[in-house]
Design a binder for this molecule. Structure first.
Ligand SMILES: Cc1cc2nc3c(=O)[nH]c(=O)nc-3n(C[C@H](O)[C@H](O)[C@H](O)COP(=O)(O)OP(=O)(O)OC[C@H]3O[C@@H](n4cnc5c(N)ncnc54)[C@H](O)[C@@H]3O)c2cc1C
Ligand code: FES
Length: 396
């Protein structure tokens, strides 16, 4: 069993708030692999009783998986696709054309296979409810008072994985209404097709599913063709009561998330009502860069940045040559292998830390909310020092 420990953010007792909990990679056994489409599988992991607290999660969170592929350590994030269920973690993995991990997983994972799974994390969770396994029935007073909550999710492709978990857990509360706009190329690409149909059968009046297929003709023209600004506008005009939605969940590639955010912005939907999760920024090979920088050595002539960090209560220090333009993450990884990261592309937020001394420049940020940035949090996989000395705190 692997036991290197990272520090992560997990939702605390108030939805949307975060408290610290140690996150650990454990080797879990695959209990089942289910084919979802020709290009996607659902993988279930058995969580032994003694680890159940560590794998408690909220609908919408994800796990990082770690494997050795052709002698290289590779880690990728996958959203949990089931409402919180003790003893099991389920993820949906869709093949990415030319992608390293997703194709390896689709080709190799089978019941009995063991793989390293980081405990769940992520802030793509409803602010209206507490859905962790320790609080399965709690829904915020605000929503209960209103008698119902109206939720809309827009997903494309594998972006359905956290959304189906969120939808299931929201619908479990009496009175909630969920609209799901789900874009795919063709019906054969729709992940969780049967599960979605079952969910609709279970909640016929409270769940509406709007499949949009770009390469297939559906009966209603509004649902046929690419989900672009024009189509989204029509859907918002005729199908969704935009003004009365309590919370929005957007998940998928950058273009879809940006499109919907722009459209909501145009309609003056407050940003606090909109949760979103990006699976990729559209930059090729971003995940593969995660280990970059390891061969870097300090400049003997002293042209270095001094980088200090706090992780799991322990301080670390490393010198980073100015010429290398290394990220804080890559510099820190040279002296401590358990520094937390998953995507290395600025989308997942696993590498978040607070700058407590000095200044950094952050290249991309698709994970932190603006209030976190104001408080001094940065994504260390995207941040490079701009002052001689920088100290960051991964525990903050
Ligand atoms: C928070 C989060 C949750 C996620 N949840 C899910 C989920 O539930 N389900 C899911 O399927 N995915 C999910 N993802 C995406 C997932 O983590 C992986 O990014 C995805 O599976 C691709 O990984 P890969 O190793 O197969 O591809 P990679 O090898 O990382 O490649 C990604 C893409 O870049 C291209 N590429 C790679 N190297 C180069 C290069 N040198 N030049 C040009 N192109 C290149 C590849 O062809 C591929 O298309 C999630 C991501 C995040 C951040
Ligand atoms: S590791 Fe994912 S944002 Fe930095």
């Amino acid at each position: 069993m692997t036991n290197d420990t990272n520090t992560e953010q997990l939702p605390g007792s108030d939805a949307g708030e975060t408290t610290k909990r140690r996150a650990t990679f454990h080797t879990l056994e695959v209990s089942q692999v289910r084919k979802l489409t020709d290009k996607a599988i659902e993988v279930s992991f058995a969580v032994p009783e003694e680890l159940q607290d560590e794998y408690d999660y909220q609908a919408g969170q994800y796990v990082a998986l770690r494997a050795n592929i052709d002698g290289q350590e590779v880690r990728r994030s996958y959203s949990i696709c089931e409402a919180p269920t003790p003893g099991t973690i389920k993820v949906g993995i869709k093949r990415d054309l030319g992608g390293l991990f997703s194709n390896w997983a689709n080709d190799n994972l089978a019941a009995g296979f063991e793989i390293d799974v980081m405990s769940p994390q992520g802030a793509f969770v409803s602010k209206h409810q507490l859905t962790s396994m320790s609080n399965p029935d709690a829904l915020s007073e605000e929503v209960v008072k209103a008698g119902q909550g109206r939720f809309v999710a827009a997903a494309a492709g594998s972006g359905i994985t956290p959304v189906i978990a969120i939808a299931k857990s929201l619908l479990a509360h009496e009175g909630t209404q969920v609209d799901l706009i789900y874009a795919n190329r063709a019906a054969s690409d729709v992940m969780f097709l049967e599960d979605l149909a079952d969910l609709k059968d279970r909640y016929p009046t409270r769940l509406a599913i709007h499949h949009v297929l770009s390469r297939e003709q559906r009966q209603a023209p509004i649902y046929s063709g690419r989900l672009d600004a024009e189509k989204l506008e029509l859907i918002f005009e005729h199908v969704i009561d935009v003004e009365n939605v309590d919370e929005w969940f957007l998940c998928g590639p950058f273009e879809l998330v940006q499109l919907v955010r722009d459209e909501l912005d145009k309609r003056d939907v407050p940003a606090e009502k909109v949760r979103f999760e990006l699976f990729s920024t559209g930059q090729p090979g971003e995940g593969a860069q995660s280990q970059a920088g390891r061969p870097v050595v300090a400049d003997p002539d002293g042209e270095n940045f001094d980088i200090g960090f706090q992780l799991d209560g322990l301080s670390g220090e490393v010198q980073s040559p100015k010429s290398a333009r290394e990220t804080i993450l890559n510099a820190a990884l040279r002296v401590r292998a358990d520094v937390p990261f998953a995507c290395a592309g600025g989308v997942c937020g696993t590498c978040r830390a607070k700058v407590v001394e000095g200044e950094v420049e952050m290249a991309e940020n698709y994970a932190l909310e603006s209030d976190e940035v104001e408080k001094g949090y940065v994504l260390t996989c995207q941040s490079r020092p701009t002052t001689e000395k920088v100290v960051v705190d991964f525990d903050a």
